[in-house]
Design a binder for this molecule. Structure first.
Ligand code: CTP
Ligand code: MN
Ligand code: MN
Ligand code: MN
Length: 369
C-alpha cells in the first residue's frame, strides 16, 4: 500500500529549516566538508555544492542518523553522499575522505588558503610553482605578496586561532566606543556567526550606520581613523560604497555587496577581555590580533544588510534561490525585487523580508544551515 506523506517533510531550502549550532551529525558533515572543499579546489562547483547542501540538511536534523535507510525521505542526499554515509556508519570513517586528507596537493592548498588574503587561485598558482610550505613562499623572491597577504602571514598564528565569545564581546566594546564618539546616535549591531549564537568564529562582524540617511557615508573612515589613533589597527582594507539604488538585486550569489565596508585586523589587549585572552602554550604576550569586518549600509537598507550578513552562507544562498524559483523575486544584501509586480519591496526588519517572501520567520540562531 502507498505510504502516507510524511507529516514534517524536510525542505530542500535551508531557509525553510531551523538549524541551531547543535549538530548531531558532525561525523558526516565534517566528511562532506572535506569532499566539498576538494571539489572546490578542483573547480567542480556542482559536486562541491551538492556536498555542502547535503551537510546542511543533516545539520538541521534533531538527532544523529543511525542508518542510511533513515535518510530516504531527506532532500539533497544523492548516491555519492549516501555511499559516504554508509562507509562511515560501517567503518567509522570514509576512505575517500582519508585519501583526500593525505593528498599533498589538497593539504598544501588548504594550508595556503588558510592565510588571510589568499584564495584558491593564488594557492593553486603557488602550488604549481612547486611551493609546499610558508617558508617556501616567503623565500621565493619572484612572489609579490599584497598588503593583505603580508598581514596574513605576519599575524598568522593569531588570526588562524578561533575568536571566543568573550573576545568578540571585547571587540564589540571597542567598536561601540569608536562609533559613538564619532556619531552619538550611531547604530551598531553584531552580525555574522556570533549573531547566530556560535561560540567561536574566524572573525567578528558588525553593521554600523546612522539613523539619518547619508550621515553614514563618512562613518567608517572616521571609525578607522579613531582606531588608528588609539594604536589598535594592525591592518585595514576600506572599500568605499558603490551602492546604486536603481540597480536590480544581483543574480550571482558570490558577488560582494556594494555597501561601504572594511576588513580589519584589530589589536585586542588581554585586559579588555573578561577572563583574559585564550592563549596558546608558551605565548606570554598580553594581546592578540583579531579579524573584524564592518559594513555600513544606509539606514533604509539595514534589514537587507542584517539578513545578508547574518548568514550562514548556505542559508543566504537558499533564501535567494527560494525567492527566485518559488516567488519570482530577486533578493540580495541591498534589496528585494518582485519581478511579477515589477517593483521593489521595502523592509525595516528582517521579519518584513520573510513576510514578503511568504516564509516563516527563522531566528538568527536557527540559521546555522
Ligand atoms: N558576507 C557578505 N559579503 C561580504 C562578506 C560577508 O555578504 N563581503 C556575508 C556572508 O555571506 C556571510 C556573512 O556575511 O553570510 C558572514 O561572513 P563570514 O564572517 O565570512 O562568516 P560567518 O558566518 O560569520 O562565520 P565565521 O565564524 O567563520 O566568521
Ligand atoms: Mn584565505
Ligand atoms: Mn564572521
Ligand atoms: Mn566576516
Amino acid at each position: 500500500a502507498p505510504k502516507a506523506a510524511p507529516v514534517n517533510k524536510v525542505s530542500q531550502y535551508a531557509c525553510q529549516r531551523r538549524t541551531t549550532t547543535e549538530n548531531y551529525n558532525k561525523i558526516f558533515t565534517d566528511a562532506f566538508e572535506v569532499l566539498a572543499e576538494n571539489y572546490e579546489f578542483n573547480d567542480i562547483e556542482g559536486r562541491c555544492l551538492a556536498f555542502r547542501r547535503a551537510a546542511s540538511v543533516l545539520k538541521s536534523l534533531p538527532s544523529a542518523v543511525q542508518c542510511v535507510e533513515a535518510t530516504q525521505d531527506l532532500p539533497c542526499l544523492g548516491e555519492h553522499t549516501k555511499a559516504v554515509m554508509k562507509e562511515i556508519l560501517q567503518y567509522g570513517r570514509s576512505f575517500e575522505v582519508e585519501k583526500i586528507l593525505s593528498d599533498l596537493r589538497c593539504q598544501t592548498l588548504k594550508l595556503f588558503t588558510s592565510v588571510f588574503g589568499v584564495g584558491p587561485k593564488t594557492a593553486e598558482k603557488w602550488y604549481r610553482r612547486g611551493l609546499r610550505s610558508f617558508s617556501d613562499v616567503l623565500a621565493e623572491p619572484s612572489i609579490h605578496l599584497n598588503r593583505m597577504q603580508q598581514s596574513g602571514f605576519l599575524h598568522y598564528g593569531d588570526i588562524s586561532r578561533a575568536v571566543s565569545k568573550a573576545e568578540a564581546q571585547a571587540v564589540g566594546n571597542i567598536i561601540d566606543e569608536a562609533v559613538h564618539v564619532i556619531t552619538p546616535n550611531a547604530i551598531l549591531a553584531l552580525t555574522g556567526g556570533f549573531r547566530r549564537g556560535k561560540d567561536f568564529g574566524h572573525d567578528v562582524d558588525f553593521i554600523v550606520t546612522t539613523p539619518e540617511l547619508g550621515q553614514e557615508e563618512s562613518l567608517l573612515i572616521d571609525v578607522i581613523d579613531y582606531l588608528k589613533k588609539q594604536g589598535l589597527l594592525l591592518f585595514t582594507d576600506h572599500q568605499a560604497s558603490t551602492f546604486d539604488i536603481s540597480k536590480l538585486p544581483s543574480h550571482k550569489f558570490e558577488a560582494m555587496d556594494h555597501f561601504a565596508k572594511c576588513f580589519l585586523i584589530l589589536r585586542l589587549e588581554s585586559s579588555q577581555v573578561e577572563g583574559g585572552l585564550q592563549r596558546s602554550e608558551g605565548d606570554s604576550r598580553n594581546w592578540r590580533a583579531v579579524r573584524v569586518d564592518l559594513v555600513s549600509p544606509p539606514m533604509d537598507r539595514y534589514a537587507f544588510t542584517q539578513l545578508g550578513w547574518t548568514g550562514s552562507r548556505m542559508f543566504e544562498r537558499d533564501l535567494r534561490r527560494f525567492a527566485r524559483l518559488e516567488r519570482q523575486m530577486l533578493l540580495d544584501n541591498h534589496a528585494l525585487y518582485d519581478k511579477t509586480k515589477k517593483e521593489f519591496l521595502t523592509a525595516t526588519t528582517e521579519k518584513d523580508i520573510f513576510d514578503h517572501l511568504g516564509l516563516e520567520y527563522i531566528e538568527p540562531w536557527q540559521r546555522n544551515a
